[in-house]
Design a protein around this ligand. Structure first.
Ligand SMILES: *[C@@H]1O[C@H](CO)[C@@H](O)[C@H](O)[C@H]1NC(C)=O
Ligand SMILES: *[C@@H]1O[C@H](CO)[C@@H](O)[C@H](O)[C@H]1NC(C)=O
Ligand SMILES: *[C@@H]1O[C@H](CO)[C@@H](O)[C@H](O)[C@H]1NC(C)=O
Ligand SMILES: *[C@@H]1O[C@H](CO)[C@@H](O)[C@H](O)[C@H]1NC(C)=O
Ligand SMILES: *[C@@H]1O[C@H](CO)[C@@H](O)[C@H](O)[C@H]1NC(C)=O
Ligand SMILES: *[C@@H]1O[C@H](CO)[C@@H](O)[C@H](O)[C@H]1NC(C)=O
Ligand SMILES: *[C@@H]1O[C@H](CO)[C@@H](O)[C@H](O)[C@H]1NC(C)=O
Ligand SMILES: *[C@@H]1O[C@H](CO)[C@@H](O)[C@H](O)[C@H]1NC(C)=O
Length: 632
């Protein structure tokens, strides 16, 4: 047993890593956190983990709370504080306690969510969005769950809400505009649903849209008691104005069907979507009024074109959830409430071809909320029974069950790259990068962006769209020409980010990209070693828009304009401060009176380590000619 302890402002925490072998696959770890902060202790009950969510970089966020009181026998109300715990990848925990009783109605602490808040890790409130009316049964505090929310990181989120008293639901796309700004982008109503027999799952798609997967029944007007029903999917693109036609994934025509469970997940290994659906129907063999119901369970794999790839019957009728695994394969989980405020988890593990794998630790005993999550690195977190002051998580490293080895790009389909991840001796001004995928790909419509990290800031160096790039693609290898001024910084730290849908698979599914700060590398820190060279003068021409902007500036603002321009170019070229300057003169272009020339000079180099004047000129020229792509 290993114990680590360190201080973390503002609370002191102790983290215990307890190794229990042999269970799970490699080493399962129990992560414990003692709540020692000075919080109101209204109820003397233990802090429980109610929910676990993750970010793409394996950071986990937990919602914890203590019971406060009950409404009736079942509706649980928590202490009136929003308590989140952010577990960073190095194991340290950032506690967030939002004490905003006056802003949030009491009922919101009773397993009800009415209003959303976007908060950052320091617990500052970034953004609040008011949604429509809450759906409490009139005159009571009983909440009707009617609301599904799916987040597409960096882009926004989708909210789906059932309209009580109708057969409709509304979907609303919210857009994220950066700096904590969210607002409603598009919404529409979907009609003629049977809300008495609906199961819904909403997923973010790989082209930054959403998939709404739902069951529906169609009443037969001739015989109102006989219903047919099925499973449907509706894909919504980002900023789409109207509802798309749904695709049929599965339909059953004759007997009355009651859908009891639907769970869906994206399969990142075999790029597709997968759902498990459980339904009950009357046994046609029922006789003499004896009502026998047959329960069945199917698993469906489909593409964003709506085409169904596979349908399997599976025999797991106690299933409570289904997840595809980040490194391939999937799990089916059955949960059963046990005595002593705990839940037994039975986990069945399968590879991509549905071949079962032994899961060594059965059952897992979780806390009352039975919350769990699977991190992008294939670690499953399960909340454990709490003690009066401590909450605990079990971390299980699941095996890799997909066809490809994980190369560490957070994308199973990337085999390798040039420059390779982590390389640090790249020669300056290289002008080609390549990516080798695991399967044949073709160019689609997305961006690849090259950033340089300067003073902890991400500075855009070049942006490339797959529709317009100078790329050569042959089966699994894509080669991309880069401006030679992009990697012009000796000892520069760079990373390349690839958006989803930069390339697509053979079946035209958008492929997952590469998140920021993963494909990182450095240029060699070698001096260039050149001869001395003379001072050079040059003129830059402002665009018409730039000239107009410049004309409207006051004298002091014009001085700032020159200052900023010189500073920006100094960083991008890159040269020492003071080598680039301007006498701040400007004149009209005699050939085009809507444009100004401004003058700029490059000082002679004294130091042999610096770039020559002509190299600086070349860099400057490239940066400016390609200004649409270089972030100038
Ligand atoms: C809550 O109060 C009880 C009784 O006063 C005490 O035993 C317990 O340690 C407190 N819990 C926390 C987390 O402060
Ligand atoms: C609460 O539970 C008790 C005993 O189980 C039962 O008699 C009572 O009717 C329940 N109250 C409500 C409001 O459900
Ligand atoms: C996955 O990420 C979690 C949280 O960052 C970390 O504790 C765990 O060790 C990682 N697992 C593997 C297999 O890298
Ligand atoms: C853990 O990582 C965070 C952010 O990366 C850093 O701020 C913090 O100091 C680290 N904590 C420890 C104990 O290394
Ligand atoms: C979309 O949202 C607006 C603003 O909240 C609302 O007025 C409108 O009724 C909504 N449209 C639909 C179809 O729900
Ligand atoms: C959404 O589409 C409209 C045009 O249909 C466009 O004007 C608007 O800028 C788009 N909004 C976003 C956030 O992309
Ligand atoms: C779970 O915790 C509660 C209180 O903290 C305790 O009463 C119960 O016995 C525990 N259950 C198990 C299975 O450890
Ligand atoms: C792509 O191929 C063309 C012609 O075959 C060649 O001129 C170009 O340099 C190649 N570009 C890359 C990035 O390999």
């Amino acid at each position: 047993m290993k114990a680590l302890s360190y201080d973390l402002v503002p609370t002191v925490i102790t983290i215990t890593l307890l190794t229990i072998l042999p269970i799970g696959y490699t080493k399962d770890i129990t992560f414990s956190y003692t709540e020692t902060s000075a919080q109101d202790n209204l109820t003397n009950t233990q802090p429980r983990v109610w929910d676990i969510k993750h970010y793409q970089d394996n950071t986990a966020v937990l919602r914890i709370s203590r019971d406060n009181y009950f409404i009736g026998n079942t509706t649980r109300c928590f202490e009136q504080k929003l308590m989140l715990r952010v577990i960073q990848t190095n194991g340290s925990v950032i506690p967030i306690n939002l004490d905003i009783i006056e802003e949030i109605q009491d009922i919101n602490y009773c397993l009800v969510n009415d209003k959303r808040m976007i908060i950052d890790w320091n617990g500052y409130n970034i953004s609040k969005i008011e949604f429509g009316p809450s759906y409490l049964l009139p005159g009571t505090n009983i909440w009707i769950p009617n609301d599904y929310l799916t987040v597409n990181p960096w882009i926004g989120f989708l909210r789906l809400s059932m309209i009580r008293g109708t057969n409709n639901f509304i979907w609303s796309q919210y857009a994220y505009y950066g700096d904590g700004l969210f607002s409603l982008l598009r919404n529409d109503t979907v009609e003629n649903l049977d809300l008495t027999n609906i199961q819904v799952s909403v997923l973010p798609t790989l082209n930054y849209g959403y998939a709404i997967i739902y069951t529906n029944t169609n009443r037969n007007t001739a015989d109102p008691l006989s219903k047919s029903g099925g499973l449907y999917v509706m894909f919504l693109n980002y900023n789409q104005t109207t509802t798309s036609q749904p695709f049929v994934l599965y339909e059953k025509s004759t007997q009355n069907v009651v859908f009891t469970r639907l769970a869906c997940s994206i399969d990142y290994s075999h790029i597709s979507y997968e759902c498990v659906l459980i339904m009950e129907q009357e046994d046609p063999a029922s006789i003499n009024g004896i009502n026998n119901t047959i329960t069945s369970c199917i698993k469906i794999r489909f593409l964003s074109t709506g085409s169904r790839l596979k349908l399997d019957s599976i025999f797991n009728l106690t299933l409570t959830s289904f997840n595809t695994l980040p490194l391939g394969g999937y799990i089916l989980i059955s949960q059963k409430t046990a005595l002593n405020s705990t839940v037994n988890f039975t986990v069945l593990l399968y590879d991509e071809n549905s071949k079962p794998w032994e899961f060594l630790q059965q059952p897992i005993i979780s806390n009352l909320a039975s919350s769990y999550d699977i991190l992008p690195n294939n670690t499953m977190l399960v909340s454990q029974n709490e003690t009066t002051t401590t909450w605990n998580l079990l971390a299980i490293n699941l095996p890799q069950l997909g066809p490809f080895n994980d190369s560490g790009y957070g994308n199973l389909h990337v085999n390798s790259t040039y420059p390779s991840k982590g390389s640090n001796d790249l020669s300056l001004n290289f002008n080609m990068i390549h990516i080798i995928y695991q399967e044949p790909v073709s160019l689609s419509d997305g961006y690849l962006t090259i950033y340089q990290i300067i003073n902890r800031k991400n500075v855009l160096r070049q942006i490339i769209n797959s529709k317009t790039c100078q790329c050569n693609i042959s089966v699994t290898v894509i080669k991309i020409n880069i401006l030679s001024c992009t990697f012009n910084y000796p000892g520069g730290k760079y990373f390349i980010q690839i958006d989803n849908n930069f390339v697509k698979t053979e079946s035209n599914e958008p492929l997952l990209g590469i998140q920021p700060n993963i494909w990182t590398f450095e240029t060699a820190n070698k001096s260039i070693g050149q001869n001395r060279s003379d001072t050079a003068y040059g003129i830059l021409r402002l665009t018409t828009k730039g000239t107009q902007y410049f004309l409207e500036l006051s004298d002091s603002k014009r001085h700032l304009f020159f200052d900023d321009l010189i500073k920006e170019l100094t960083v991008m070229i890159p040269i020492e401060e003071g080598m680039l300057s301007s006498n701040e003169h400007y004149q009209l272009d005699p050939d085009d009176v809507t444009k100004f020339f401004i003058s700029i000079s490059i000082k002679e180099t004294k130091d042999s380590d610096n770039m020559t004047t002509s190299e600086i000129k070349t860099n400057l020229d490239q940066l400016i000619k390609n200004k649409a792509y270089t972030g100038i």
